[in-house]
Design a protein. Sequence first.
Lengths: 203, 203
Amino acid sequence: MSPVRVLLADDEHLIRGALAALLALEDDLLVVAEAASGPEALAMARAHRPDVAVLDLQMPGADGVSVATSLRAELPGCRTMIVTSHGRPGHLKRALAAGVRAFAPKTVSAQRLAELIRTVHAGGRYVDPELAADAISAGDSPLTVREAEVLELAGDGAPIAEIAERASLSQGTVRNYLSSAATKLGAENRHTAVRLARERGWV
Amino acid sequence: MSPVRVLLADDEHLIRGALAALLALEDDLLVVAEAASGPEALAMARAHRPDVAVLDLQMPGADGVSVATSLRAELPGCRTMIVTSHGRPGHLKRALAAGVRAFAPKTVSAQRLAELIRTVHAGGRYVDPELAADAISAGDSPLTVREAEVLELAGDGAPIAEIAERASLSQGTVRNYLSSAATKLGAENRHTAVRLARERGWV
DNA sequence: GGCCGCGGATGACATTTGTCAGAGGGCCCC
DNA sequence: GGGGCCCTCTGACAAATGTCATCCGCGGCC
């Protein structure tokens, strides 16, 4: 049986290299390409057509989920999985929606990762139980589209005026959205609201 | 010549394990202990007395810099180095002040890391050139002790009243500190001020 | 058609925050 | 002793923000 062809994408050279070395020890796995950014991961995937793509969630250029979305369209035969340091419930949700087959934190062992790659290649799925529990308990976002939009623009602490301009809304409207978003999230003001929404992966 | 005894501390099992495997390939390096948190790193160091401690900056319990500080006091013979994903200028400064001998981003290769460990063991020092440049251009914190303190309490978006209470200050004083801090940082409001100070590693 | 509910928008009003001037006390250094 | 810097506080005013009542348009439903 021919080995599983794997693409590794992670911007941290140290980790990517170490991972490649470890996976190389497995007879049935073959790392055929490595990438340090989202776009590079796409290019490498096109060139090497891997069976499984192991993607870091945070990468320069394009994050793991958007890479997975593109891959799904371009290389339907290529299964994708996400590995990440900071798993937020919303990320998991977005990832699954993008057709990602597995979602694991970087706290898993290399042994386990190898197993996951085999599982995914065989058509299976896997989601870290703890992340899954978080995602379920966090539930769906109670925010409307506009609320989330405005909340995102408020993310870097910009004043209302700037948010209003960037969203092409009146300042009053922006304030209402922020207010209702904060109420829904149980926050005292928009800044804590932003933080909470981020923690739950809703922005 | 006996090998360099190395302690690896990183909360991401995947990376720690992979790293250990890679370093094991070097004849002159010996990973004698691994830890997944700050306190565990300290305990392992006490038990195994490594020559060099490779510490992740972000760990549960206690971050790399505080571990380095404790190690310096308890095991003066143990050299410390920090490896991190997100290098902020202020972290570098704090690390050097704590007696850390090397500071590198996780984008370095394992080969390079092995070299660094040897350099540090031999008494040398190393700072990633890019991080060093950032640190120099960022300069010293213009904030007074209290300003930084209040700014930190403002970190999670709490209202002034709460900050004042937690800092045991009058609300007016808090507002003044936040205002002057924001002015010094060139921010429009305290929230962007917090963000900027965080980026520069001043809080 | 008429009615209801809902997301979206607006303006008015109250509260919070930012800014400024000033003032007293403590500390260090010349 | 004097000067300078920081800490703390106060009071007052301007600006930003939060809250609320209300209105509009749209789709579903009786």
